[in-house]
Write a protein that binds this ligand. Structure first.
Ligand code: PLP
Length: 365
């Protein structure tokens, strides 16, 4: 038995008739940039996220970058980011010319630790940029409270958290602006690159919509120096099909996570901790062990695909050598990077595969 980490082909096969019809509809419409398909997805995505506005974009990194630009964050500004995240969170801050200032995670949830944020705030800090890592919401109430007391904006990186809930409310409009990726492997995945922002602030939504389209509302009239980061209508049509099954597929992920929780309870691995106010989207099921590399090697030999999210924290990447952050300045990010292991997870992992993965772990730890 071979178990892939994630089976994207199975996702397409399950929805093939609907997806093929949606793609044909766009191809036959003669409308290939923005237009009705993108607008329909934007309103459906906003409604799903319990947000007033959504703006479709080319990818998740652009969502973060344009959110920062829409808030006028740029050179000389600092933005507080998690020390352990996918590097895109940091890169967006760098791309607008601001400086990412890392804050260490809560070790039990892997999300930014609100208790450590205030010590990192300076007179240059403009925004807090929490990430809902692995699909589990960050603890937003204390983050929003700190932001309010210090006059900061909150940008959420929700690239892994489609459908997650914080204290009962969907991720989508707690902060000023929420950034989404629909990269194929995400819980709501396009069949190519795609992204979006959601927000309750009409002015911010309008600013992002302007920036994504050359800073232009009216053709050949440019109000500001924007970019081209438009959501492709073919991807919008595919996303509308997949949005229809998102809750059902999240349920399947939840069942996989529940089976791991039960199956691995005696394994000695540190299993995901879910605070009672969190309803995760289960983008990833991440365990921790100091013997990670050996376990991963033996699982690979047994035919079970695992991944590491993420093996090198941003501050230890060559890309950020210029910030001059010593590797041991962020010990938690460093430790997590050497101990985390993501097990096979997805809406198409069946019960047998789920059980086989657990058994293989018992044989190999
Ligand atoms: C995937 C991801 C992004 C970037 O999304 P792209 O669409 O690949 O640009 C940003 N942040 C996090 C946490 C992600 O997982």
């Amino acid at each position: 038995m071979r178990i892939p980490f994630l089976d994207l082909g199975a996702a397409y096969r399950e929805l093939k008739p609907e997806i093929d019809a949606a793609v044909s509809r766009v191809l036959e419409s003669g409308w290939y940039i923005l237009g009705p398909e993108v607008e329909a997805f934007e309103s459906e995505w906003a409604a799903y996220c319990e947000a007033r506005h959504a703006v479709g974009l080319a990818n998740g990194l652009d969502a973060l970058t344009l959110a920062l630009r829409a808030l006028d964050i740029g050179p000389g500004d600092e933005v507080i980011v998690p020390s352990n995240t996918y590097i895109a969170t940091w890169l967006a801050v760098s791309e607008v010319g601001a400086t990412p200032v890392p804050v260490e995670p809560d070790q039990t949830t892997h999300n930014i630790d609100p208790a450590r944020i205030e010590a990192a705030i300076t007179s240059r800090t403009r925004a807090l940029l929490p990430v809902h890592l692995y699909g589990q919401p960050a603890d937003l109430d204390p983050i929003l409270d700190i932001a309010q007391r210090h006059g900061l904006r909150v940008i959420e990186d929700a690239a892994q958290a489609h459908g997650a809930r914080y204290k009962g409310a969907r991720i989508g409009a707690h902060g000023d602006i929420v950034c989404w990726s629909f990269y194929p492997g995400k819980n709501l995945g396009a069949l190519g690159d795609a992204g979006a922002i959601t927000t309750n602030d009409a002015a911010l939504a309008e600013r992002v919509a302007l920036l994504r389209n050359y800073g232009s509302r009216q053709k050949y009239v440019n109000e500001e120096a924007g970019v081209n980061s438009r959501l492709d209508p073919v991807q919008a049509a595919i996303l509308r099909v997949k949005l229809g099954v998102l809750d059902q597929w999240t349920e399947r992920r939840r069942a996989v996570a529940a089976a791991y929780n039960l199956g691995l309870a005696e394994s000695g691995l540190i299993l995901p901790h879910v605070p009672d106010w969190a309803d995760p989207a289960w983008h990833l099921y991440v365990v921790r062990t100091s013997d990670r590399d050996a376990l991963q090697g033996r699982m690979t030999e047994a035919g079970i695909g695992t991944l590491i999210h993420y093996p090198i924290p941003p501050h230890m990447q060559q890309a950020y050598a210029g910030l001059g952050i010593a590797p041991d300045a962020l010990p938690l990010a460093h430790t997590l990077a050497s101990e985390v292991l993501s097990l096979p997870m997805g809406p198409h992992l069946d019960k047998n595969a789920n059980r086989f993965a657990c058994q293989s772990i018992y044989r190999n730890i």
